[in-house]
Design a protein. Structure first.
Length: 187
């Protein structure tokens, strides 16, 4: 599984370049159309640009599809047995954790099974630098679970990532998940 921070950086660069290319074509087209005198846009050149941008956009989506860290695990989840599973309940704007600190090892596949007893909440795991590792929506009356394989040791906090009213801002559990280097990963 690829680290989501690396994926975000790569996608930011790729899609920023793509957006700049689209904006340049739009600016070129606008300048040509509004130019006084002979201002026709060569249809062959214009449609070549549009075709290139379409091909580039579709290619970016195909290439980045398989870099999303959880896509492969979600597609094969019926064949995956998690190494650890944590049942978490959410009610009245509070997370009720099974342990004060959920401890896992690098490389373990962990299932977070989150149940809402009243409202729709979010369940997000955040790194120590406050960047999000992953998140999911937690809807009452539905199965809300996510599988994750941790790649690096660290301590993570849990936060609600959905608006659930003014009290939702306080839904933070600091240092809720600790990922330890396994014996095999420290070699």
């Amino acid at each position: 599984m690829v680290d989501s921070a690396l994926v975000l950086k790569g996608q930011t660069i790729a899609y920023t370049c793509y957006t700049i290319a689209i904006m340049l074509v739009m600016a070129w087209f606008a300048l040509r159309v509004t130019k006084k005198g002979k201002s026709k846009v060569n249809p062959v050149l214009f449609y070549t640009f549009v075709g290139f941008l379409t091909l580039l956009g579709v290619s970016l989506h195909i290439i980045t599809y398989n870099t999303i860290p959880w896509s492969e695990m979600d597609l094969k989840r019926d064949k995956i047995t998690p190494d650890k599973s944590f049942a978490i309940e959410v009610a009245n704007h509070q997370f009720f954790l099974p342990e004060d600190k959920m401890v896992v090892e690098v490389g373990e596949i962990v299932e977070f099974d989150v149940t809402s007893l009243d409202l729709t909440y979010g369940f997000g795991l955040f790194r120590e630098d406050n960047t999000m590792l992953f998140q999911m929506q937690v809807v009452p009356g539905h199965r809300n679970d996510i599988l994750w394989q941790f790649l690096k040791p660290g301590t993570y906090s849990i936060r609600s990532t959905e608006y659930s009213g003014p009290k939702g801002i306080a839904m933070v559990e600091e240092n809720a998940v600790e990922v330890l280097a396994s014996d095999s990963s420290s070699e």
